[in-house]
Ligand binder design. Structure first.
Ligand code: GRF
Length: 219
């Protein structure tokens, strides 16, 4: 059997997605080999330590500019020798140069049905617009912010009386299911980056796979 896919996770905060990724490691066939935070106080660092995984901080405020920060981040990642880099609530914008180093090897989870609602405060914006549907998207990272090819989306209905906090909790529960699954697809050799785009199960992925919590998600 092949060695498990080596995954490095970048965080900035609570790390609930990191936890979900850790919990699913054995089932999905990958291994989280290191966690890097740009914020020293990120609670997710404790989750990594509790799991016995190297947890390091590269505090962006300690660097003169973004390229200097990214040089340190890139060096730390190279030392971890990951096959895949997973952004899990990592709240720094990465430059095109940095992203290009890891083309096809970096994923993000975003709390909206991309391409709708890129950027921040998605839950409040979805409510303010009176949307009927909301959800999350797991996508490959490209130079365009929240703009890379989406692999899997989870969709849920906005309920009357929903608050931004309530929506966030439901969307995050969906993120936790979907993110580990997509990392698993890569670990299992089902999903790969080829000819400048994602391929799933031997064919170019023309449109994102979809899943709803009420239904069994596509395997
Ligand atoms: C997630 O909701 C994700 O969509 C967004 O940041 C949040 C991170 O949460 N990018 P956590 O740190 O994984 O708990």
């Amino acid at each position: 059997m092949n060695a498990p896919l080596r995954v490095a996770v970048l965080i900035s905060g609570a790390g609930s997605n990191l936890q979900a990724l850790l919990d699913a490691e054995a089932r999905e066939g990958y291994r989280v080999v290191g966690v890097v935070s740009n914020r020293p106080a990120a609670a997710g660092l404790e989750r990594a330590r509790a799991a016995g995984i190297p947890a390091l901080t590269i505090d962006h405020t300690a660097f003169a500019d973004r390229p200097a920060f990214e040089a340190a981040l890139g060096a730390a990642l190279e030392r971890l020798a990951p096959d895949l880099i997973v952004l899990a609530g990592f709240m720094r914008v990465l430059t095109a140069d940095f992203v290009a180093r890891f083309t096809g090897r970096m994923l993000n989870v975003h709390p909206s049905l991309l391409p709708a609602y890129r950027g921040l405060d998605t839950h409040a914006r979805v409510l303010a617009a009176g949307e009927r549907w909301h959800g999350c998207s797991v996508h490959f990272v490209t130079a365009e912010l929240d703009g890379g090819p989406v692999v899997l989306q989870g969709r849920l209905a906005v309920q009357p009386g929903d608050t931004a906090a309530g929506l966030q909790a439901r969307v995050q529960a969906l993120e936790h299911q979907l993110y580990a699954r997509v990392v698993g697809w890569i670990a299992q050799g089902r999903l790969r980056w080829q000819d400048a785009g994602p391929w799933l199960d031997g064919a170019p992925l023309a449109a994102p796979r979809q899943c709803e919590p009420a239904l069994a998600c596509a395997s």
